[in-house]
Design a protein. Structure first.
Length: 237
């Protein structure tokens, strides 16, 4: 069933500093990304730094969240990192736009479910810029695309969500498949979903020749509509 929840307004209080918007120029190793996120989240919680959205790509790797199961790793093709984000096992790699969001939910709206719903809305709006109808599901986190060409009831996941909160500051975030090597998902049970009707797709797999830069522009526009203004930052990582 499609989640009928309306897009939630997580705009900050009036007068708040715009969210810093940063794009990494080169792939970032996963441990380095986590260390940077945790340091920035601590600074945000202490009031020493503005909120941050960090766009990046990772080298090929797998991450397992707090609900991850060992049996979902079918073949260890790439390094596996166990992480504190919610969710199960997923793949990250070139051609996938990862957006790590460090937002002060205590100042915005301290509701985890509302925040996850807003991340889903962020992805849906971004995909709409490419005429792709992304949909939310009550029983499956993430954003899905119906695939009637594969058969009745078939759907593919095009974006994943995994978050963690520390002192009400968010860590981790979303991953949108732009043009990753989808065969790399074959070595895992993505997000623990074994139903053969549910697969994985990307914008390019769906026939949309979008570049990463195109996605970044659409993502920023969708973010500002939902969360408020941004300011361009410099890549320090």
């Amino acid at each position: 069933m499609v989640n009928s929840r309306d897009d939630l307004d997580l705009m900050p209080l009036s007068g708040a500093t715009p969210v810093e918007w940063r794009i990494a120029a080169a792939p970032v190793a996963y441990p380095d990304a986590v260390a940077a996120m945790e340091a920035r989240a601590a600074a945000i919680a202490a009031g020493d730094a503005p909120e941050l959205v960090w766009l990046l790509e990772h080298p090929p790797l797998y991450t397992s969240g707090t609900s991850g199961r060992d049996g979902d790793l079918l073949e260890r093709r790439f390094p596996l990192f166990r992480t504190g984000r919610g969710g199960q096992l997923t793949y990250h790699g070139p051609g996938q736009r990862v957006a790590y969001l460090m937002l002060d939910l205590k100042r915005r709206h301290p509701d985890v479910r509302a925040y996850v719903a807003s991340l889903e809305a962020l992805i849906v709006r971004t995909l709409a810029a490419f005429s792709v109808k992304g949909e939310r599901r009550e029983d499956r986190v993430g954003v899905w695309v119906a695939r009637p060409d594969k058969g009745p009831g078939f759907e593919d996941k095009i974006a994943a969500i995994g978050v963690r909160l520390r002192r009400w500051v968010s860590l981790h975030g979303i991953a949108i498949n732009v043009e990753p090597d989808l065969s790399h998902f074959d070595a895992i049970v993505p997000c623990g979903i074994k139903d053969s009707r549910y697969g994985v797709t990307s914008l390019v797999d769906l026939g949309h020749l979008a570049t990463m830069e195109d996605v970044d522009v659409a993502l920023r526009q969708a973010f500002e509509a939902l969360f408020g203004p941004t300011m361009t930052g410099t890549d320090k990582y």
